[in-house]
Design a protein around this ligand. Structure first.
Ligand SMILES: [Ca+2]
Length: 548
């Protein structure tokens, strides 16, 4: 009987989902008959019965204010609300968010796309600033999220904070591939890909470097040999963006020093054992080498100060010999044909280690409601629309008619519209995406929209090019649950991370790692790094015990 009920509920849910989808179809269809700038159904005039919500929202640096976004207008047309947006991008997002939590006044009704940390969710949830959301995840209030929870039983379980409540709505991103040995890999598994100008190698009759020493020779040749053959010494041998830990920093080169350290928090994991990557003694060898390259003019020192747009603009002028990014075309533009991946390097002594980067299908950092909100039910009903498959699609990439073709193809799948001259898929997405919760389930790519071509390309590249080099295929489980005490400890990471960044940049630019290393290790210990690692370890141990 229970089974039958569950089946009936599931069928009901599916119906709700399908109805929602067809609504989404027709409304977006109407809207896209215009020029795609979002006029039409979006602008509902404020009326007396509507509720007004203030939302503090993270947005892409390239995008408009959320109030101007087609999808937001459409969601407001479907579920009438008035939203006063406070949209912030880049570094300012964290600063402004810290200010709000720090002063404890002027809380918005909700945080959306604001990168809420586990510490913030746990602390401000238990403290009453954020409200518990689990009771709102019902077929009546949040039918679309509820339907996904039925399909993915682990999802909500991994959203709970130590006090037994959910404070952040889930974001699901399933985008990966299975290998013949039964393992599953997600798209974030490798993303600091090293890229080299093959045309320059050919012009100078050079082989693809395989060791750190060989790369050094290649970088010197790129600097002095005029490989772009324009008679000017305009080449930048090695480019990076240290501020972009997602894919722009130099960490892939660590393979040749016998370690990797891809995680933003320097959290490393090898078969159940957690360690702190920025404490690896081999880091000293790496920064000393980078310092030598910097002194020789091989390393683009602006990598410590530039933002992504400046990094990309130099990449698009074809000025870099070697650089790092998560794909080739976005950063090399018209010069993409000249570039290929450079395999992870070995040390001249044969040292080599290459870890899988940490990924996980569920996140909880994208939407939280505060106790200021007088009508959470309506706000959550509104945001629930983002869990409609075609709305998730448009949230992640951009609207139908702007990012996607106006109509699906004859198999019913939405495909990306053709790029115009000078456009890249990355910039188009950056201009149109909406930060917030959503769900991309693996079966959607055969049902609703195509896997973005460059995402498919990246999966193929990870499987065919990078995966064979990986020496440690275990990664820290995500997301784990922390106790309140562990969350307090993890708050130490804010200062620890800045300290590591500061020392790394200083050592690469000015040297001094040999003299300062012991004091650096001592300072990290004083700052509580061992407690942080112990908290990660405890959480991973509990996770592994639950899974076994
Ligand atoms: Ca030149």
């Amino acid at each position: 009987m229970k089974k039958l009920l569950a089946l009936l509920t599931a069928t009901l849910m599916l119906t709700v989902l399908l109805v929602s989808c067809s609504n989404a179809d027709s409304s977006s269809g109407t809207q896209d008959s215009g020029n795609g700038s979002g006029q039409g159904s979006g602008s509902t005039a404020p009326s007396a019965g509507n509720d007004t919500f203030t939302i503090f929202a993270g947005i892409s640096a390239m995008s408009n204010d959320n109030s101007e976004k087609t999808l937001v207008k459409e969601m407001i047309a479907n579920v009438p609300v008035n939203i006063e947006w406070n949209c912030v991008s880049g570094d300012a997002l964290i600063e402004r968010k810290n200010l709000i939590f720090g002063t404890g006044s002027d809380y918005p009704d909700a945080f959306m796309g604001a990168q809420l940390s586990d510490y913030e969710l746990g602390t401000y949830g238990a403290g009453g600033v954020l409200i518990a959301l689990e009771d709102y995840i019902t077929p009546e209030i949040m039918p679309n999220l509820y339907a996904i929870a039925e399909k993915r039983p682990n999802m909500l379980a991994s959203m709970y904070m130590p006090d037994g409540h959910i404070y952040g709505l889930p974001t699901v991103e399933e985008m990966g591939f299975d290998t013949a040995d039964g393992e599953h890999y997600e798209i974030g598994s490798v993303r600091h890909m090293t890229i080299i100008n093959q045309t320059w190698l050919d012009n100078l009759n050079l082989e693809m470097p395989t060791t750190i020493g060989e790369l050094h020779e290649v970088l010197l040749a790129f600097k002095n040999g005029d490989p772009n053959q324009n008679g000017e010494a305009d080449e930048i041998p090695l480019g990076f963006n240290n501020g972009n830990n997602f894919c722009g920093n130099l960490r892939m080169l660590y393979t040749g020093f016998g370690f990797t350290d891809f995680n933003d928090d320097h959290r490393n994991y090898d078969n159940g054992v957690v360690s702190f990557g920025a404490l690896n003694p081999a880091l000293k060898d790496a920064v000393n080498t980078f310092n030598t390259w910097s002194n020789e003019g091989l390393l683009d020192i602006e990598g410590f100060t530039q933002d992504d747009s400046m990094y990309i603009s130099k990449g698009k002028q074809g000025l870099y010999g070697v650089l790092t990014w998560w794909e080739i075309p976005e950063i090399t533009g018209d010069f993409a044909d000249q570039y290929v991946y450079m395999p992870p390097l070995k040390g001249d002594d044969g040292a080599f280690a290459f870890d899988l980067a940490e990924t996980g299908p569920f996140r909880r950092d994208n939407f939280a409601v505060t106790s200021e909100c007088e009508n959470p039910e309506l706000l959550l009903k509104w945001i629930d629309q983002l869990y409609i498959p075609l709305y998730s699609m448009q949230k992640v990439y951009g609207p139908i008619g702007e990012f996607y073709n106006t109509e699906p193809d004859d198999t019913g799948i939405y495909r990306m519209r053709p790029l115009e001259d000078g456009e890249t898929a990355g910039e188009l997405k950056g201009r149109l995406e909406l930060f917030g919760p959503s769900a991309q389930l693996s079966d959607y790519y055969t049902e609703f929209w195509e896997l973005e071509p460059r995402a498919q390309q990246r999966l193929d590249d990870i499987r065919d090019f990078w995966l064979p080099y990986i020496t440690n295929k275990t990664a820290f489980p995500s997301p784990v649950s922390y106790t309140e005490e562990e969350l307090e400890t993890l708050d130490l990471m804010t200062d620890i991370k800045s300290f590591c960044d500061e020392k790394f940049a200083g050592w690469v630019r000015n040297g001094g790692a040999d003299q300062e290393w012991d004091a650096y290790v001592q300072q990290l210990e004083n700052m509580g790094v061992n407690d942080v690692v112990a908290a990660w370890q405890a959480a991973a141990d509990r996770y592994n015990a639950n899974m076994s």
